[in-house]
Design a protein around this ligand. Structure first.
Ligand code: NAI
Ligand code: MG
Length: 350
């Protein structure tokens, strides 16, 4: 019997639309080759919908998505709508309502890609980002608006449960790689939440004697990503630090256009969500030059999650082989368009 999956696709805004289009076509081609099928439920939940209705998604959007096997997202954001509206109107509520508490962001130096730092020969890093709490919180407020005393308060939320579960997940990833885990912290400057983070990570990691954990202050870690990326393998980080680190790692590996992201509900009680790391890139939207690799790699992670491992590998091998043959979009120094890169991937699917 052929496996069939229902995937909700939210192309979103800007280049999110271009790269999602490529990802869906390539996944369909892979499905045909590997004897499964995807029913895409395409959702026009984006900034245009917001401008028309005042909402980024319908009132029952969450209920609609809950019936599917997964969610595929391009990116949301447009210059004429405030970014907190687009993100808090769609992306962040989905992560939270579906308890996608792990954000898995792998990065490798891909074949034929030079990377941004001279002499970089290898890079293979997985960022495990806490995805539903931490610095991204609605607790706080703006006070004294319009007065000279105006101020803003922004609270971060760190829970024992939240830190413990992301530490467990990261420990298992580290154990499956080289056994080394770096925990990103800032317990010298942030005196309540970050010492708590350190403590709970250390307690959790005590259950994994085979995993060596090193706690590194985020500022020094940022420099290390740039200067000695080969000393890093698995990194566990809070919501904000993980967000920043994953763009940084991708930038060192060549472009943020290649970075994938899986928002996982590991217990599979809810659908997980797959998306490229990058945003809607208004500066290149409509030009047809967006790099679709982040989107394709995210699609491969989705196939892996669905159990279609051979399909996932076939998709990954195809974009790697196109790169190895010197085909690349301008962000990687090439001349390919989004479409011509997609054609090159299609030709290489097996
Ligand atoms: P961005 O990731 O959209 O762009 C940053 C830079 O990287 C730009 O110069 C862009 O051209 C380049 N870039 C990004 N993806 C690329 C690709 N696939 N190929 C080639 N070049 C690429 O980040 P930015 O500019 O900070 O944000 C733009 C909008 O996207 C904002 O509205 C922001 O809130 C939103 N955003 C949405 C996200 C999401 O939906 N998951 C994530 C990050 C940002
Ligand atoms: Mg980000």
């Amino acid at each position: 019997m052929t496996n069939k999956y229902v995937i909700d696709s939210i192309p979103g805004d800007g280049i999110g639309v271009d790269v999602t289009d490529v990802a869906m076509r390539m996944v369909d081609a892979v499905a045909e080759l590997h004897d499964f099928s995807i029913e895409w439920r395409i959702r026009d939940w984006n900034s245009d919908l917001y401008k028309k209705t005042g909402r980024m998604m319908p009132v029952d959007g969450i209920e609609q998505l809950a019936t599917g096997d997964g969610i595929y997202l391009g990116a949301v954001g447009t210059p004429d709508v405030p970014d907190d509206i687009t993100l808090w109107g769609l992306l962040i509520p989905l992560r939270r309502k579906f308890d996608q508490y792990i954000n898995l962001r792998p990065m490798r130096l891909l074949p034929g890609v030079k990377g941004s730092m001279p002499g970089l020969e290898s890079l293979d890093v997985v960022v495990v980002r806490e995805n539903v709490e931490g610095e991204y919180s609605t607790i706080g407020g703006r006070f004294g608006t319009g007065t000279p005393e105006e101020f803003a308060l922004q609270e971060a939320v760190f829970t024992r449960k939240g830190i413990t579960r992301v530490a467990h997940y990261a420990a298992k990833i580290a154990a499956s790689r080289n056994g080394k885990l770096v925990s990103a912290t800032k317990s010298n400057g942030i005196i309540h939440s970050m010492p708590f983070w350190d403590e709970v990570v250390a307690e959790t990691l005590a259950e994994y004697p085979a995993v060596e954990v090193e706690k590194v202050l985020i500022d020094a870690l940022a420099a290390r990503v740039v200067m000695k990326p080969t000393t890093l393998s698995t990194i566990v980080a809070s919501n904000l630090f993980g967000d920043i680190l994953s763009d940084l790692v991708a930038g060192v590996a060549g472009s943020i256009g290649i970075a994938p992201s899986a928002n996982l509900n590991p217990e599979r009680r809810f659908p997980s969500m797959f998306e490229p790391v990058h945003g809607s890139a208004p500066d290149i939207a409509g030009k047809g030059i967006a790099n679709p690799i982040g989107a394709l790699w995210a699609a491969a992670m989705m196939l892996e999650h669905l159990g279609e491992t051979a399909g996932a590998q076939s998709l990954t091998k195809a974009f790697e082989s196109a790169l190895a043959d010197g085909i690349a979009t301008p962000d990687l120094g090439g001349t390919a368009t989004t479409e011509s890169f997609a054609d090159a991937v299609r030709e290489r699917l097996s």
